[in-house]
Design a protein around this ligand. Sequence first.
Ligand SMILES: Cc1cc2nc3c(=O)[nH]c(=O)nc-3n(C[C@H](O)[C@H](O)[C@H](O)COP(=O)(O)O)c2cc1C
Length: 279
Amino acid sequence: MFAYVGSAGLAFGLRPRAWSADADPTLNTAVSTAADAFNVFDLEAVARSKLPIAHLAYLDTGVEGDMMVRANREGFGKYQIRAHRLVDTTRVDTQVELFGTTWPTPIVLAPVGSQCAFFPEGEIASARAARAKNHLLLLSTVTTSPVEEVIAARGPPVWFQLYPTAKWKITEALLRQAQAAGCPVVALTIDNQVNAGREALARGKKLDPRDCRTCHLPVPGSLFRLKPMFDGLDVSMLSGVITAHLTWDFIRRLRDATSDEDRSEGHSHRGRRHTGTAA
Ligand SMILES: Cc1cc2nc3c(=O)[nH]c(=O)nc-3n(C[C@H](O)[C@H](O)[C@H](O)COP(=O)(O)O)c2cc1C
């Protein structure tokens, strides 16, 4: 008897073609709501058509000539999923437990600051999306929506991403605020030690016909305007959230400043912050 055990391959006799909006933007015309998108690349194509060029350049690129973003993508492309055939997949369990909470999948919304620059409802819209799909949300220090409102829209727990500042008092105040709002875990971003060389952003700004100074005031501390975590804090001595002095001493200090119930976790920007250091 002949038994054929193999993978099912269907030949449609079509010319090979890239069926993704990324490869062929004309395929993207049908995406008018998020529900129309088949994958995130469909949404990326919509963002390209809708966002002002300077904001798009900030959102969509890495640093220097994007060398590290490309290298990371190529690197991840080399990973493949090894399928085990003849295994019952009726029940697939992708659950993970993180600091005492069980999540249905390991997919989390990484911290992304300044979201109101891309969509008027900013972090609140992301919080609603995270709630709808039950994903963990990490809220950025430079959120443009108040932490309390984000937690109300997502439902707890929401983790807080900490950009430590050069002034411990301010860093501590940010932590306290997140703790008081109910964030149980702090994700510390550790690769923010030098200013990133954002070439694409500089080019985007040149091409953007709008007057950027309407929002980005050319005065010290303007970075913290519209960033509610910094409301009421004295940021006059801060030029940004770059912390050159971040060492293990800071980790010890952070640990001492958080109670037993609060936990911390490391986070990095991958190719968005440095070139030459792989993800
Ligand atoms: C527009 C934008 C804003 C970001 N803002 C933050 C932030 O405020 N804090 C932070 O720790 N990481 C921030 N990140 C970094 C992301 O959390 C993430 O680490 C990075 O995009 C790499 O992941 P990816 O390769 O999947 O994009 C930001 C990324 C983007 C694209």
